[in-house]
Design a protein around this ligand. Structure first.
Ligand SMILES: Nc1ncnc2c1ncn2[C@@H]1O[C@H](COP(=O)(O)OP(=O)(O)OP(=O)(O)O)[C@@H](O)[C@H]1O
Ligand SMILES: [Mg+2]
Length: 390
């Protein structure tokens, strides 16, 4: 049994375990018969993703973008759950796991959708699945995956656990465990706001807003459509927005000024949201900016936020902060020896606990004594109230 963190975002799907991590665009396409396969170019585990799940074959991520006739991405939560979650989550799982894998998963949902969707999420990914990877050299590899338990949490909480714990799930950041922290997770579609106080999740002040980076991308795409007549899907704009240039039908467009203005405007609206939302939370010790969107927006946001904003770590990929935290929490909960079945539950009382396939109870099985791991006793004490009730 091993622990896997999975984050199926509107922009990117991420997963990480002991051995591997993977990130690819949350884009799915039909599989087409490619007459000539070149083995040149990209050869990472997330390139040339061609999978069969159930009785359907898909191209995933960049490969779908390049090769599929029909490509799909979504900015709709319901559609993400019904049409994308299973394929994206199982593809990421298959990349990270051995040919036969028995795993427990930690994942998250936007704060505003957690109560609504956590059961559905768990049902969709739990149990046994076969995922076949069709390699470029013609070989097919089928991975047999059994997902036993699924622990869900509000997405930004993953970023807190990432800062709080080491790879084995030991609490190492004692300051953080005694503070009141605000987290702003800027993703592709959503911006999630969460407050964590002495390791307690505070529902008040934790919300999801539709103010992710895709709003800015939408404005840039509109402008480009006016100038070039071409409608560009938002997931094809990452590189252009990053570099400031895009070539459409041979003509180069410089979008760096537009991008900077759009980002500055978006950051100012977001800072307004933060200051309004947390106006009564004046005792917040620190504010953490996370999610891929924070990389670009931080420089505009920091001066506008009332409070102590922690500097962004430029050496790590902020898109992975949540999923790294999910994995660490899984280690904390289920034990880094990977055989333990219990651990303290950090899930707040009014949020879902871990659920297990074929679990006939109320989905709260698996609790056991806290794993001490040499952790700060005070932090452990603070976590105690979060242990499963009943
Ligand atoms: N190397 C990179 N490549 C592409 N995008 C990047 C990169 N680094 C940062 N970004 C930014 O990351 C954003 C996506 O962030 P993230 O992966 O956290 O979103 P998501 O989790 O998929 O979305 P959501 O939380 O709304 O579901 C992009 O919109 C882009 O602005
Ligand atoms: Mg996200």
């Amino acid at each position: 049994m091993e622990v896997l963190g999975i984050d199926v975002g509107f922009g990117f799907t991420k997963a990480i375990n002991n051995k591997k991590s993977v990130i690819f665009k949350s884009v799915i396409g039909d599989s087409t018969d490619i007459q000539f396969k070149s083995n040149l170019g990209e050869k990472s585990s997330s390139s040339n993703l061609h999978v069969t799940i159930g009785d359907r074959a898909f191209f995933i991520g960049n490969f779908a973008e390049q090769q599929s006739n029909v490509r799909q991405y979504t900015l709709d939560q319901d559609k993400l759950m019904s049409d994308f979650l299973k394929v994206l989550a199982l593809t990421a799982t298959g990349i990270c796991c051995d040919d036969t894998a028995s795993i427990n998963v930690v994942s998250g949902l936007p704060v505003g959708y957690l109560k609504q969707d956590y059961k559905r999420f768990t049902e969709i990914i739990s149990g046994h699945h076969n995922v076949t990877f069709h390699r470029q050299d013609g070989e097919d590899i089928t991975k047999s995956i059994y997902i036993h338990k699924v622990q869900m949490m509000p997405q930004p909480v993953g970023s807190i656990f990432n800062l709080l714990m080491d790879e084995k799930g030991n609490i190492i950041n004692k300051d953080l465990s005694h503070q009141k922290i605000g987290v702003v997770d800027i993703g592709f579609r959503t911006t999630d706001f969460t407050i964590f106080d002495n390791l307690h999740y505070i529902e008040r002040g934790s919300v999801t807003m539709d103010t992710g980076i895709s709003k800015s991308f939408g404005i840039i795409a509109n402008k480009l459509r006016q100038e070039s007549g071409v409608t560009i899907e938002l997931y094809r704009l990452y590189k252009a927005v990053e570099t400031g240039y895009i070539k459409i039908k041979g003509k180069e467009f410089n979008i760096s000024n537009l991008r900077d203005r759009v980002y500055a405007h978006s950051a100012s609206a977001l800072a307004g949201d933060i200051n309004r939302l947390w106006s009564e939370e004046w005792d917040i010790d620190a504010i953490i900016l996370t999610g891929g969107g924070s990389v670009e927006l931080a420089k505009h946001l920091e001066p506008l936020i009332d409070g102590n904003v922690l500097p962004i770590d430029k050496n790590t990929d902020a898109r992975l902060n949540n999923v790294k935290g999910y994995m660490k929490f899984g280690k904390y909960k289920w034990g880094s020896d990977l055989t333990a079945t219990g651990g303290p539950d950090l899930t707040p009382k009014d949020l879902p606990s871990e659920t297990e396939k074929n679990d006939d109870s109320n989905g709260t099985s698996g609790a056991a004594d806290p794993k001490i791991n040499g952790n700060d006793p005070k932090a452990q004490k603070n976590l105690k109230w979060l242990k499963k009730q009943g």
